[in-house]
Design a protein around this ligand. Structure first.
Ligand SMILES: Nc1ccn([C@@H]2O[C@H](COP(=O)(O)OP(=O)(O)OP(=O)(O)O)[C@@H](O)[C@H]2O)c(=O)n1
Ligand SMILES: C[C@](O)(CO)[C@H](O)COP(=O)(O)O
Length: 231
């Protein structure tokens, strides 16, 4: 089967899905844990495949699960599956290396953000298409933020008006992401961070509450409720 979704699309999406999910507690690799009876990765890929601009999806799976993930996703969407690495950055680099010629916009999207709506994929891609080199979806920080020092003593209150919580998908011109990964040093947790280190401007677009990252057990419970409510 071809691993292409929409042949007229201009977007490749890399899906790092090789993490253990330590913060979620003991169990299978996080992307394979169940949400409403289906693995997180299935929810994530289904939503990506519903975005009309998406030409190709490349999943970086836990190395021991590559064949199982290919079988799991075959009925969901045509995808390329590669082994991920020990760090998220290595997983993204492995997926990036597997993108076929063609798409000039590359998005990187956490499998752990399983309920991300296709509309967010399209809005990030549209901002790159419109000329931005690098685009991240963000939400305002809603809590008061304190800087805390030794023995949990408050040092001060941070001005949160300039702070944003960052989500995925993060979108890039293909050449920009390729150059950033080629130059990468110590692993960072997000691709926009790599691009920033190259001096490339990163722009923000509004994120989505549904793009929450399932990190801790509470997040999984919240996602179950959102799905049950039609999310
Ligand atoms: N070596 C790694 C580590 C993480 N990821 C992926 O990167 C995304 C964001 O990572 P996070 O949600 O922080 O997942 P984990 O690293 O699995 O979480 P934890 O730190 O709790 O183990 C996830 O989809 C995860 O599968 C990956 O592909 N390869
Ligand atoms: C890209 C990212 O989702 C940014 O929020 C990143 O993977 C977050 O990882 P973290 O280890 O939970 O900060």
């Amino acid at each position: 089967m071809t691993a292409q979704l929409n042949p007229r699309g201009d977007v490749a999406v890399l899906v790092p899905a090789a993490g253990a999910g330590v913060r979620l507690g003991p169990g299978r690799p996080k992307a394979l844990r169940l949400l409403a009876g289906e693995p997180l990765l299935v929810h994530a890929v289904r939503r990506l495949a519903a975005a009309p601009s998406v030409h190709t999806i490349v999943v970086a799976a836990p190395a021991a699960e590559v064949l199982a993930v290919r079988e799991l996703l075959a009925p969901v969407a045509p995808v390329i599956v590669v082994p991920g690495g020990a760090e998220r950055q290595a997983s993204v680099a492995a997926a990036l290396a597997a993108v076929p010629a063609g798409p000039q916009i590359v998005l990187v999207h956490d499998a752990a953000r399983a309920l991300t709506p296709p509309e967010l994929v399209e809005s990030v891609a549209a901002a790159v298409r419109a000329g931005r080199a690098a685009v991240i979806p963000v939400l305002p920080v809603v809590d008061t933020i304190k800087e805390v020092g030794a023995e949990e003593v408050v040092l001060g209150t941070v001005d949160r008006s300039a702070l944003r919580a960052v989500q995925t998908p993060q979108g890039f011109r293909r050449a920009v992401l390729t150059a950033a990964h080629a130059a990468a040093g110590d692993p960072l947790t997000d691709d926009a961070g790599l691009v920033e280190k190259q001096g490339v401007e990163v722009s923000c677009v509004p994120g989505s509450e549904y793009a929450l990252k399932i990190t801790r057990p509470f997040d999984l419970a919240l996602a179950e409720h959102l799905l049950a409510a039609g999310g």
